[in-house]
Design a protein around this ligand. Structure first.
Ligand SMILES: NC(=O)c1ccc[n+]([C@@H]2O[C@H](COP(=O)([O-])OP(=O)(O)OC[C@H]3O[C@@H](n4cnc5c(N)ncnc54)[C@H](OP(=O)(O)O)[C@@H]3O)[C@@H](O)[C@H]2O)c1
Length: 184
């Protein structure tokens, strides 16, 4: 990715993560996050976001959480959302755009809709594809003080080694916020 495109917004992976490296617990449990991280803590990240590229499983978990507890998926973002899936639901959610195919093309589509702001990548599988292809500029992790023991790891197994350049490490109450640039 050229410096020019980076100046037009970054491709970022923002995650809440347990100390043992899980971004969701067993059965895609996400209830451990709200104990430590209120949506307003993510206001700055949301304001920098111009589009989201979301894996189908993340989308489904978001829908499930919203159905079980309305308002629980309260990320303060209202821009374009692209959901990657080989089998869009019937009827489709008219508030998102479904994409399938090459991950580089999907990221380019999301960048094109982001209006010069960041593209956020959601989902471990999707983030893994993006990292493997060198498409991610930055990783921001909220490390939460909990061990989940099992679940969805930050990235799926099989990634090659990827170097990270530490940008900042900020304690915020019980949470530690770590920001890294991805070495290309
Ligand atoms: N802690 C956090 O901050 C955080 C943030 C985001 C997500 N999460 C959690 O992460 C979990 C989901 O991650 P995940 O790794 O299991 O799944 P995911 O990355 O959300 O979704 C994977 C699915 O996306 C579709 N997909 C991926 N690449 C595609 C492509 N190139 N073309 C077409 N479809 C494609 C496929 O769906 P089909 O099978 O439909 O084709 C695939 O099964 C959820 O529990 C979610 O809540 C946590």
């Amino acid at each position: 990715m050229s410096d020019t495109s980076a100046a037009n917004g970054k491709v970022v992976v923002n995650r809440a993560m347990s100390l043992d490296g899980f971004i969701a617990g067993p059965g895609h449990a996400m209830d451990w996050i709200a104990d430590f991280l209120a949506p307003d803590k993510m206001r700055e990240q949301a304001a920098a976001t111009g589009a989201m590229l979301v894996g189908r499983r993340t989308d489904e978990v978001g829908d499930r959480m919203e159905a079980e507890k309305p308002g629980s998926v309260d990320y303060p973002f209202s821009g374009p959302v692209f959901v990657l899936t080989h089998r869009p639901p019937e009827p489709p959610d008219t508030e998102v755009t479904y994409l399938a195919g090459d991950i580089g093309d999907a990221v380019a589509t999301a960048r094109g809709a982001a209006g010069g702001k960041n593209v956020e990548i959601l989902g471990a599988d999707v983030a893994g594809q993006c990292l493997r292809r060198g498409l991610v500029d930055e990783i921001l992790v909220y490390v939460l003080p909990v061990l989940l023991g099992d679940g969805i790891r930050f990235s799926p197994p099989g990634l090659p080694r990827i170097g990270l350049e530490p940008v900042s490490s900020t304690p915020s109450g019980a949470v530690t916020i770590l920001r890294f640039r991805v070495r290309k």
